[in-house]
Design a protein around this ligand. Structure first.
Ligand code: SF4
Length: 397
């Protein structure tokens, strides 16, 4: 797809708001936009304008390539010592009988279920409970690596690590170094929510602060780990809070270049303490992906979790800056379904993911966690889709 022409149309449009035109010129010139311009985009950028800019950047970075991986999740518990107001997934310690708490053997049973499957990554995240401590995860990471050394462990967020390291009286750096030696490979992006204290104190007052979240990622980057970052949007935050969130990530990325992917997470309002807050529209989802793609010039990838936003919106998002739609999942995560996502049993075969990407004219690339290409499915024909063969029919005399 060629988006050069479209950005030229914007730049020569005499009716366009001069501020939007100046931002488009910056994007064309590969210049970074500032905080005020980020807010201005959210306030004044139309869907089509934002789509053109985001696509222009996506096209320059990745062309039509669209990434996915073969993975599964382990959610060791949904019981949690914290009380995030937006969380539909967790059960407080006093209600723990309504939730689940796995032991290391139970987690290994899940790993072993994939022994004959070509998965490349296990994604581990969940609630925070005292007994799933440093020793617990050290034991699991060691056993998992001993059983299947090639399986990439993308495990836990600063929310869990902050709690675990504090209990173990370890610095963020030392705690992560120890777990890295046990087998931890990288970190997912959860727990970031909205960094700005005006919002964070209202929706997630008792878990790690923005500074602690960012420091744990910085220490992981120092240890050579790659990590991701999320942003929970579409609830009580204002546009300036979203831009502040991305600004903090952009600053850390300038320092470490350890982030791989930014993942906007849509607030869903099913069965949580913020059920009275309406969800934003699909249009706002797409605008948000686009602004993220424009603002985070030093992030390689923008990801849309298809399980969270639905398959159709994931397809649309590929025209708004998104280049990754995550994995096969195999119905191993409850986080999105319990929050009210359309996908109640999220699982997609490789074939389905490939079809989804091809349907919107993009090139499906299976990647590993670190974006090494495993398979280019652009011209791949699945066996069952091969043209029917002709058989000799028996001749009846
Ligand atoms: S969002 Fe995470 S930290 Fe917050 S209550 Fe839910 S499981 Fe616990």
């Amino acid at each position: 797809m060629n988006f050069n022409n479209q950005i030229e149309i914007i730049l020569t449009d005499t009716t366009l708001d001069p501020n939007l035109k100046s931002i488009a010129q910056k994007v064309k010139n590969n210049q970074r936009i500032n905080f005020d311009e980020g807010v201005y985009l959210y306030e004044h950028g139309s869907l089509s304008y934002l789509g053109v800019l985001a696509n222009y950047i996506r096209n320059k970075k990745h062309g039509d390539l669209t990434y996915f991986n073969r993975n599964f999740h382990i959610e060791p518990t949904n019981v949690c010592v914290y009380d995030c107001k937006f969380c539909s997934y967790s059960r407080l310690i006093k209600e723990r009988e309504q939730g689940w708490e796995m032991d290391v053997d139970g987690m290994m049973e899940i790993v072993k279920k994939y022994d004959d499957e070509p998965v490349t990554e296990v994604h581990i995240t969940g609630g925070v409970v005292p007994k799933q401590n440093l020793d617990f995860y050290a034991d699991f990471f060691r056993k998992c690596k001993a059983h299947r050394p090639d399986l990439h462990i993308k495990g836990l967020t600063p929310v869990e690590y902050y709690y675990i390291f504090k209990k173990a009286k370890l610095s963020h750096y030392d705690g992560l170094k120890f777990l890295q030696e046990c087998g931890l490979d990288s970190m997912p992006g959860g727990g970031a929510e909205i960094f700005h204290p005006e919002v964070r104190e209202k929706i997630a007052h008792d878990k790690c602060t923005a500074e602690q979240w960012l420091d744990i990622h910085e220490q992981a980057h120092k240890l050579g780990m790659r990590t991701n970052a999320t942003m929970l949007y579409g609830h009580i935050e204002e546009f300036r809070h979203r831009v502040d969130h991305m600004e903090r990530l952009r600053l850390l990325q300038d320092k470490t270049f350890g982030f791989q992917t930014f993942i906007p997470l849509k607030f869903r309002n099913k069965e949580n303490q913020m059920s009275d807050v309406p969800e934003v529209s699909v249009i706002e989802d797409l605008r948000n992906y686009a602004v993220a793609r424009i603002y985070l010039d030093n992030f390689d990838h923008i990801k849309a979790y298809w399980a969270m936003i639905s398959r159709n919106t994931a397809q649309l998002s590929l025209n708004f800056g998104v280049d990754d739609i995550d994995g096969t999942l195999d119905d191993t995560t409850k986080i999105y379904s319990m929050a009210g996502a359309e996908e109640q049993n999220p699982a997609m075969s490789t074939k389905e993911l490939v079809k989804l990407i091809k349907e919107v004219g993009r090139k499906p690339i299976e990647r590993d966690t670190l974006y090494n290409v495993i398979n280019d499915y652009t011209d791949f024909v699945f066996e069952e889709d091969e043209k029917p063969k002709f058989y000799n029919l028996p001749v009846i005399n």
